[in-house]
Write a protein that binds this ligand. Structure first.
Ligand SMILES: [Zn+2]
Length: 275
């Protein structure tokens, strides 16, 4: 177009010859462009301005509502974070081995450790398969080395695969994030650190009771549990602490919320890690 204008202005005469030249040049360029695209094996329409999402035109929002394309992107990011926390991906319900639990009757349990674990395994698998709004919370209680972390990681993976936002964190890290946000100053990295713990569909707190318990962590735990409960969000806590220890370490309100509303999944028997 600029060439056309320039030639019309420069010569002040009938521009038709110049127009014809420019048109030929233009068509030749278009052919060359097609040839380049074809030779480079680009798909058809590669250079056309097609939006990544037809619903929102690539903006991520329709009005004030987040579009499904952006929500999917968030979900994938969250899953990436979950995967980096859980590591290699060993923990799945299919790879869970009941045979490492002794099959002999234990009078203290009223069953064999294997029977007990089979029941726990079924509770967890059903929970993960049917997870949805209003799914209750679970308390994994028992000594170290009985499979609490393994089963909670299995649940985390499956629930995340089904499209829910899942945050899995050790109690130590979780409280240190709350601390960083509260006392860490105004640095960008400290802001909004605790948001995900309050907002996710399923929060899994591993090893509650291994953190340094202070007045601050107690009040944060209460705030966290209370908020999630009011908003009807599910939480899984795994801990070595018994009921009375939960009350002693934290406070009666926290203990009554955990013991009163979480479904207890009891882990008992001998450490199976060597087996
Ligand atoms: Zn969209």
């Amino acid at each position: 177009m600029t060439q056309l204008m320039a030639s019309a202005l420069r010569q002040g005469e009938d521009p038709s010859q110049a127009i014809a030249q420019i048109r030929d040049r233009n068509l030749a360029l278009q052919r060359e462009r097609e040839w380049i695209l074809e030779a480079g094996e680009f798909e058809e329409g590669y250079l056309d301005d097609a939006p990544v999402c037809t619903k929102c035109g690539g903006l991520g929002y329709v009005g004030s509502q987040m579009c499904s394309c952006l929500r999917e992107l968030c979900r994938q990011e969250q899953k990436k974070e979950l995967t980096s926390l859980l590591g290699s991906g060993r923990e799945t319900f299919d790879s869970f081995r009941l045979d490492v639990y002794p099959d002999a009757y234990d009078p203290k349990l009223g069953a064999s450790p294997r029977q007990l674990m089979k029941s726990n395994f079924n509770i967890c698998r059903r929970y993960a398969q049917s997870f949805g709004p209003g799914s209750g919370s679970l308390l994994f209680s028992g000594a170290t080395g009985l499979g609490k972390t393994f089963l909670s990681a299995c649940i985390a993976r499956q629930v995340a695969d089904r499209g829910y936002s899942v945050v899995y964190e050790t109690a130590i890290r979780l409280f240190s994030d709350f601390e960083a946000e509260k006392f860490g100053g105004a640095a960008e990295e400290n802001r909004g650190k605790s948001r995900k713990y309050l907002d996710c569909d399923l929060l899994i707190i591993d090893d509650l009771g291994t953190e340094m318990t202070t007045q601050f962590t107690v009040s944060m735990l209460y705030h966290l549990l209370n908020t999630r409960m009011m908003e009807n969000r599910a939480t899984i806590i795994s801990t070595n602490l018994a009921d009375t220890e939960i009350e002693n370490r934290y406070n009666p309100q926290i203990a009554s919320r955990i013991i009163g509303t979480f479904r207890l999944v009891q882990f008992a028997g001998e450490d199976i890690r060597r087996r």
